[in-house]
Design a protein around this ligand. Structure first.
Ligand code: ADP
Ligand code: MG
Length: 247
């Protein structure tokens, strides 16, 4: 059995003393595994990823990275977050920095790595996602799909132990969705450990080793993709999948 990379036990989160947005989530992902989380809007998917990445503080429960408890000490948050990459729907690139500077910034400033080595790796990764000729461009000169591929490269530059992707194609025009999902499929093939939130059901089916259906802050189903997409067990999952006219 492969090593568990990231794990939660009883993870619970609410905002403003309201109902729990996440209710006792027990979750784990192994080395090289791809877990896709699907569920209706507002069910807690983004909150879950943000808790995993320590961008939100859970009310209770544990988060373990390679077996080490990471959510109960304040001082090492940055150290752990570096190891858990995240890509957002909105890219979050620095507008005043060009592509190469965007992707090299954190490895140089935070990880204090060697400049030549970092630049070499950046160019290699940009080439891999088809953006070598855009290395000197600024974000405003790029399409949404190109910006998102830069954001993926930026996350990879930190050599994360796991990558969290939160609806990274949701803001893209249809013709650009494909080029971004293709990069993610390749990462999966290469063995990148990933937790992916997406509404692209065909992609989910193709990329996932396991699908989690989250509804109202609880894991209602956890299945192999073939099983989840062909015969979901719960009525709520059936209803959810029907909204996609998924065959
Ligand atoms: P999803 O990503 O599945 O659409 P979210 O995790 O964004 O869902 O949101 C889950 C619930 O938590 C929603 O009801 C949302 O309104 C609420 N929520 C998310 N972030 C905050 C916040 N910062 N403050 C208050 N409520 C929030
Ligand atoms: Mg969301």
């Amino acid at each position: 059995m492969k090593q568990v990379i990231l794990e939660t036990a009883g993870l619970t989160k609410s905002f403003d003393k309201g109902n729990a947005v996440l209710n006792k989530i027990d979750f784990s992902i192994h080395q090289g595994e791809v877990v896709v989380i699907v569920g209706p809007s507002g069910c807690g998917k983004s909150t879950f990823l943000r808790c995993l990445n320590l961008l939100e503080e859970a009310d209770s429960g544990e988060i373990l990275l390679e077996g080490k408890l990471i959510n109960q000490e304040k001082k090492n948050v940055h150290k752990y977050r570096e190891q858990i990459g995240m890509v957002f729907q909105s890219y979050e690139l620095f507008p005043h920095k060009n592509v190469i500077d965007n992707v090299c910034l954190a490895p140089l400033l935070v990880q204090k790595r060697n400049k030549d080595e970092v630049k070499e790796e950046a160019l290699k990764l940009l080439k891999r996602v088809g953006l070598l000729e855009k290395a000197e461009s600024y974000p405003r000169q790029l399409s949404g799909g190109q910006k998102q591929r830069v954001a993926i490269v930026r996350a990879l530059m930190m050599h994360p132990k796991v990558l969290l992707l939160d609806e990274i194609t949701a803001a893209l025009d249809p013709e650009m969705v494909r080029e971004v999902l293709q990069v993610v499929l390749e990462l999966a093939k290469e063995g990148m450990t990933m937790v992916i939130v997406t509404h692209e059901m065909e992609f989910a089916r193709a990329v996932a080793d396991r699908v989690i259906f989250l509804d109202r802050g609880e894991i209602l189903e956890e299945e192999k993709p073939e099983e989840f997409f062909t015969c979901p067990r719960t009525e709520r999952a059936k209803k959810f999948l029907n909204t996609f006219h998924y065959e």
